[in-house]
Design a binder for this molecule. Structure first.
Ligand code: HSE
Length: 399
């Protein structure tokens, strides 16, 4: 029997135990031996749960147990997760984590510790939950130069925007609904202001650049300012607004952002509704690929953690997930290059050669621009403002 430990018996931690149990036969067949969580660290006790016999309150019990080969860190937060993970790696234990804050902040350092001690530091579940995007980039796409990644990386905000569009709910009403269903936290700031998606795109950008892209350096705008009129304006132009994380490289420069973005209905990302996530990758040889699935939730996220645990336990050697150096890479905003925009205004229409299409809306209009620079956009907005009030400006998704 191969032994592992779990740090944190919350939603994902209990999911890891459940996946190991429910898939026990499958795992034993593939690995040749069963895998058992023999110690579970939590500050709480769970007297009515069979897990209680494995609960420990002191991390040293896990660290000092030579039979534990892998530590699954699913407690979240930076501390003490960082201390536990670095100690576990230094003690020669593999680590699998779902903790995006930890990976974004300390991924470079933890990757180095893992390498020095010849163990695996794996973090598939930290980006897009259950979708196997990092492993795919590390294996099946290792020969590819990744040119662009565009993703719906936050299920909560995708649910809120879809509900606003489907039911005509305001942002506040849709947020309340998401909270009642358990899709949004009681403190929803990290989701609705885009910080959660910014951490995920920062991890993806760091992976493809080989340098640390700090989430604080990702230009980030959330969805709390989106109105019903914005949603209707996008619909009038034949599209919808989605909170997209995007990163692209061109001429050696990196462009990253998280922002509500106009997505035409015929774009694959427009079809991603409810709490689902999707990641589109444009790469040098393969062209476009898209990965779709559950970006959150107990079993989906735990499934990705368990996949990492099994990769670490697989006898074929240390499974190295590509991390990045501590050197930082400063991203630019995608709008530093020419982009297309959706502009929503209230008042009288205007004419301008940069307007590619225009749709009337209640009390105003929405336009889609041709490709234009920031300067050209500013001039267009100035002209619109002579007869109307600009209420919303959104980038159009890059093709
Ligand atoms: N709150 C996140 C989401 C959970 O809605 O996608 C997964 O990181």
């Amino acid at each position: 029997m191969r032994k592992i430990a779990v740090l944190g018996y919350g939603t994902v931690g209990s999911g890891v135990v459940a996946v190991l149990e429910r898939s026990a036969e499958q795992i034993a067949k593939r690995l040749g031996e069963p895998v058992q969580a023999v110690k579970v660290l939590d500050i709480r006790d769970f007297p009515d749960d069979p897990i209680q016999k494995y609960i420990v309150h002191d991390f040293q019990e896990i660290l000092n147990d030579p039979e534990i080969e892998v530590v699954a860190e699913v407690m979240g937060g930076l501390h003490p997760a960082y201390e536990y993970v670095s100690q576990a790696l230094a003690a020669g234990k593999h680590v699998a984590t779902s903790n995006k804050a930890l990976v974004e902040a300390y991924g470079a350092e933890l990757g180095e510790i893992a390498k020095a001690h010849q163990v695996s530091f794996l973090f598939e579940a930290s980006v897009a939950g259950g979708i196997p995007i990092l492993r795919t980039m590390n294996t099946a796409m290792i020969q590819e130069e990744i040119r662009q990644i565009t993703g719906i990386l936050n299920g909560t905000t995708n649910y809120i925007l879809a509900l606003m569009e489907d039911t005509g709910a305001t942002f506040e009403e849709a947020l309340k609904d998401a909270q009642a269903r358990g899709y949004a936290e009681r403190d929803p700031e990290a989701d609705i202001e885009g910080y959660d998606a910014a951490r995920k795109i920062a991890i993806l950008a760091s992976m493809i650049r080989g340098k640390h892209v700090r989430y604080q350096d990702v230009p980030t705008k959330g969805i709390s300012g989106i109105t019903k009129a914005d949603i209707e304006g996008a619909a009038a132009l034949g599209g919808r607004l989605k909170l997209l994380g995007s990163c692209s490289q061109e001429d050696g420069k990196l462009y990253v952002s998280v922002e509500p973005t106009f997505v035409p209905m015929n774009h694959l990302l427009a079809a991603v509704n409810s709490v689902f996530n999707a990641v589109m990758v444009k790469s040098s040889m393969l062209g476009d690929t898209m990965f779709y699935g559950k970006g959150a939730g107990k079993l989906a996220t735990a499934s990705a953690v368990v996949a990492d645990i099994l990769a670490a336990l697989d006898g074929s050697g240390v499974y190295e997930m590509h991390t990045w150096s501590k050197e930082t890479d400063e991203p630019s905003h995608p709008a530093d290059r020419p982009c297309r925009y959706m502009v929503r205004a209230e008042g009288e229409k205007t004419e301008h050669p940069l307007i590619a299409s225009l749709a009337s809306t209640e009390g105003g209009f929405s336009i889609l621009t041709e490709q234009c620079s920031k300067q050209e956009l500013a001039e267009l907005l100035e002209q619109i403002e002579r007869r109307a009030k600009v209420r919303g400006v959104f980038r159009k998704v890059e093709e």
